[in-house]
Design a protein around this ligand. Structure first.
Ligand SMILES: Cc1cc2nc3c(=O)[nH]c(=O)nc-3n(C[C@H](O)[C@H](O)[C@H](O)COP(=O)(O)O)c2cc1C
Length: 356
């Protein structure tokens, strides 16, 4: 992509139904990952919209306490998209109603999840085999849902059924306000590559905003996706895990600035904020468990991070974890604040995928 095209601003305000987002840069719903603390951090770093992980419509409709916990929110993250999954139109409608009563600013319907336990109930990606059911579900939720309604989907069930455009037209017909497309087949799960050409095709078929998603691993790839597909927004999943700065970096690049990767002090500040929000949400013991996994992501690609990982195994309490992180960070920082260890020979783990 040339210099001049980089100067174009892509991430301006985006309207979805009656809602105006500050930008069209979104964090993808990710089960077990996009909990309230992570969503707040993504928002602090520039994301225009965050979403809950998929929530069982049956659980919401039955008002199960365990399911309700996923609806816990905070003003900082608003507007909030609540994603629901299910296969029964009336249950989905009831779940949508419950989500709105609990404060959802948008309701999103999952039509792409490849997990077996979801598929076997006819929900998630299984819906792509039943366009009539798609129609019934979107219409039923639309009828009761006073906030913007969106659908997140994939290319189709399997390579012989590329139905994304049909599905997009159906959901637009039934009153959805936007569609997000992760252009892989359900049967592919996460293998192969996202086929961005499908995003461009769907965009040409509908009038509602189309959000592109899949394999955006770096700030420049977000701009590439917009440019190559004409999509109205970009949704980022895996690349934001342990790297929520990606949102700020994309917005910087979009303004023609050099993306600002986090300095160590800022990385530390956000990690500690993440710790603290997790502790508030789930108590110290569980927060420590979750943070153990997240710290590996937060230090991915830093110099000698594999050495840190080694030192880190077996630590179970937050204080010791923070002390180990501080020891590692101070090793990285000379008095000038510049890392003094040589970079790991194994560089960024996602680079293989990035070459795609
Ligand atoms: C751990 C994990 C959990 C996910 N959970 C959900 C989910 O709850 N709902 C959903 O619509 N997609 C879910 N996804 C898919 C992502 O939202 C996204 O579509 C996919 O990761 C592709 O985007 P990416 O290449 O930017 O990661 C999940 C993905 C991952 C890796």
């Amino acid at each position: 992509m040339g210099f001049w095209t980089r100067l174009t601003h892509h991430f301006h305000m985006l309207r979805i139904g009656a809602l105006t987002l500050r930008n069209g840069l979104m964090m993808a719903p990710m089960s077990g990952i996009t909990n309230l603390p992570f969503r707040r951090i993504a928002k602090r770093l520039g994301a225009g919209l965050v979403a809950t992980e998929m929530i069982s419509a049956v659980g919401l409709a039955r008002r199960q306490e365990k399911t309700f916990r996923y609806l816990k929110s905070d003003p900082e993250e608003r507007p909030l998209s609540v994603q629901i999954f299910g296969s029964d139109p009336q249950v989905m409608a009831e779940a949508g109603r419950v989500a709105v009563d609990a404060g959802a600013d948008l309701v999103d319907i999952n039509m792409g999840c490849p997990a077996r336990k979801v598929i076997k109930t006819g929900a998630g990606g299984a819906l792509l085999r039943s366009p009539d059911r798609v129609r019934a579900i979107v219409s039923a939720v639309r009828a009761v849902c006073p906030v913007p309604l969106t659908v997140k989907t994939r290319t189709g069930w399997s390579a012989d059924q590329p139905v994304a455009s049909d599905i997009a037209r159906i959901v637009e017909d039934c009153g959805a306000d936007a569609i997000t497309l992760h252009p892989r087949f359900v049967a592919q799960r996460f293998s192969g590559q996202a086929d961005w050409g499908i995003i461009a095709h769907v965009k040409s078929q509908v009038g509602i905003p189309v959000i592109g998603n899949g394999d955006v691993w770096s700030p420049s790839r977000a701009l590439d996706m917009m440019q190559q597909t004409g999509c109205d927004g970009v949704m980022i999943g895996r690349a934001a895990i342990g790297n929520p700065w990606i949102f700020r970096e994309i917005l910087d690049l979009d303004k023609g600035l050099n993306p600002r990767p986090p300095e160590l002090w800022e990385r530390r500040k956000i990690i500690l904020a993440h710790f603290s929000l997790l502790t508030d949400l789930m108590g110290e013991e569980r927060a420590a468990k979750v943070m153990r996994g997240l710290l590996l992501y937060y230090t991915k690609g830093l110099p000698c991070s594999s050495r840190f990982r080694g030192a880190f195994t077996g630590i179970n309490d937050l204080d010791t974890m923070i002390a180990a992180m501080d020891a590692y960070f101070s090793l990285l920082t000379g008095s000038s604040g510049i890392p003094i260890l040589r970079p790991d020979p194994v560089a960024h783990p996602t680079s293989a995928e990035e070459q795609s």
